[in-house]
Design a protein around this ligand. Structure first.
Ligand code: HEM
Length: 148
């Protein structure tokens, strides 16, 4: 006689020791989703609705926002939470659509590598952004820079 297991029976026994990556990944998707709702809609509201709205967005607008540590941290938090959220979601898709093996490993390595590069570059851009770099030719500087 064939015995059909209960639908909730895990495919493999849950690991007894160590961190349960799948559980924490699941919790991370929900927690980051809730925080991203606030960050993303706050971002859209500040950029598109406040003051002159979308017409005011230009280089000077971005320079003005990143002159404030508040918006620097807002944007960096959005970057980290969204990228890790997106990558963890992609990890799920890779697990769902590929078999364990070389292709799966290569896809996951490419995912981790691209996320690491984007996190480092994005964080550097936000925290080192200087709209008026010293020594630049005056004709390349925006009009609000003292040397322009
Ligand atoms: C307000 C912003 C966001 C909220 C509230 C949100 C919420 C969620 C939640 C709850 C899940 C889990 C769904 C499930 O397990 O069935 C999820 C999955 C996912 N999210 Fe987001 N998310 C947001 C933004 C983003 C962004 C910016 C990206 C891309 C960078 C992204 C990419 C993904 C991917 C790839 C998945 C996996 C989809 C799947 O398993 O089929 N999400 N999201």
């Amino acid at each position: 006689m064939t015995v059909i297991e209960s639908p909730r029976t895990p495919a493999r026994p849950a690991p007894r020791r160590g961190v349960n990556v799948e559980k924490w990944g699941w919790i991370y998707m929900r927690a980051s989703g809730v925080i991203l709702l606030v960050l993303v809609f706050g971002h859209l509201f500040a950029n598109l609705m406040v003051g002159e709205g979308v017409k005011a967005i230009d280089f000077g607008f971005v320079a003005g926002k990143w002159a404030s540590p508040f918006w620097q941290w807002w944007d960096v938090l959005m970057l980290w939470l969204a990228l890790i959220h997106g990558a963890n979601g992609m990890r799920t898709l890779i697990n769902d659509y590929t078999n364990p093996g070389t292709v799966q490993k290569v896809l996951k390595l490419a995912l981790v590598a691209s996320v690491a590069v984007l996190l480092v570059l994005g964080t550097l851009v936000v925290f080192t952004f200087d709209p008026c770099p010293a020594g630049s030719p005056a004709d390349l500087l925006p009009s609000f820079c003292p040397a322009a």
